[in-house]
Design a protein around this ligand. Structure first.
Ligand SMILES: O=P(O)(O)OC[C@H]1O[C@H](OP(=O)(O)OP(=O)(O)O)[C@H](O)[C@@H]1O
Ligand SMILES: O=c1cc[nH]c(=O)[nH]1
Ligand SMILES: [Mg+2]
Length: 216
């Protein structure tokens, strides 16, 4: 079987609605943040399908015993938010994954070269290879930041096929790089936009996700 990068754009009215709110340049920071939290929540809901580990069991109802499925507590689940903008998606993701471990990774792009620099790395030295990892970062533009994040994770034992990326706007350059390097990877995004301009911004995109989230 040949592995291929899979990119899901869930056709969900709530995802479309909150994307439209986030894209609108007139949306103030406080509402932009709410939109990103909601997008984090609903995209994580979609990503959790066939990703969250489950175990089969039996439960006793007041009337009878019945087969049941529970989340498997033995398999580690981790969320890696890419600071800053990934933090606000994490907020939505955490409402669905309250027991997940959170490992912060701070990356910032140089405005001229567009190369990312890491200023905070809370990843452990080694992950259990069974760990399910969800990475949150709203923007996949040139792909430099997500490629850096994936390199940090895979060198610590993470299996790309057990990894899900939750983003809001994905652009072709990022998808091409990730596809070439990590063919088993699965991405959940609210939209795939057309281009990245000379300043590294996705067009039409939603602007600078970090600045709009934090009003800076
Ligand atoms: O695909 P790329 O070209 O690497 O661009 C995407 C990155 O740019 C933004 O972060 P930024 O560097 O602006 O940091 P911030 O979240 O602190 O604003 C965004 O949140 C991604 O991490
Ligand atoms: O359009 C873009 C590209 C990278 N980072 C952002 O915040 N927005
Ligand atoms: Mg930014």
């Amino acid at each position: 079987m040949t592995l291929q990068l899979r990119v899901y754009v869930p056709p969900h009215p709530l995802i479309k609605h909150w994307l439209a709110v986030a894209r609108d340049a007139a949306t103030p920071s406080v509402l932009f943040r709410s939109a990103m939290v909601e997008l984090g929540r609903w995209l994580t809901y979609e990503a959790a399908r066939e990703w969250l580990p489950t175990q089969e069991t039996t439960v006793e109802t007041p009337l009878d015993s019945t087969p049941a499925t529970l989340i498997d507590p033995q398999v580690p689940v981790a969320v890696v938010p890419i600071l800053r903008a990934g933090l606000v998606l994490l907020e939505g993701a955490q409402t669905l994954l309250p027991l997940a471990s959170i490992y912060h990774l701070g990356l910032v792009r140089d405005e001229e070269t567009l190369q990312p620099t890491c200023y905070l790395n809370k990843l452990p030295e080694k992950f259990d290879p069974q760990t399910r990892v969800l990475i949150t970062d709203p923007m996949l533009a040139t792909g430099g930041s997500m490629m850096a994040a994936m390199a940090e994770l895979t060198q610590r034992g993470i299996d790309p096929s057990l990894t899900r990326i939750v983003c809001v706007v994905a652009a072709p350059p990022a998808l091409q790089k990730l596809s070439a390097a990590y063919p088993g990877l699965i991405i959940y995004t609210a939209t795939i936009d057309e281009t990245v301009n000379d300043q590294g911004f996705i067009v039409p995109g939603l602007g600078d996700a970090g600045d709009r989230t934090y009003g800076t």
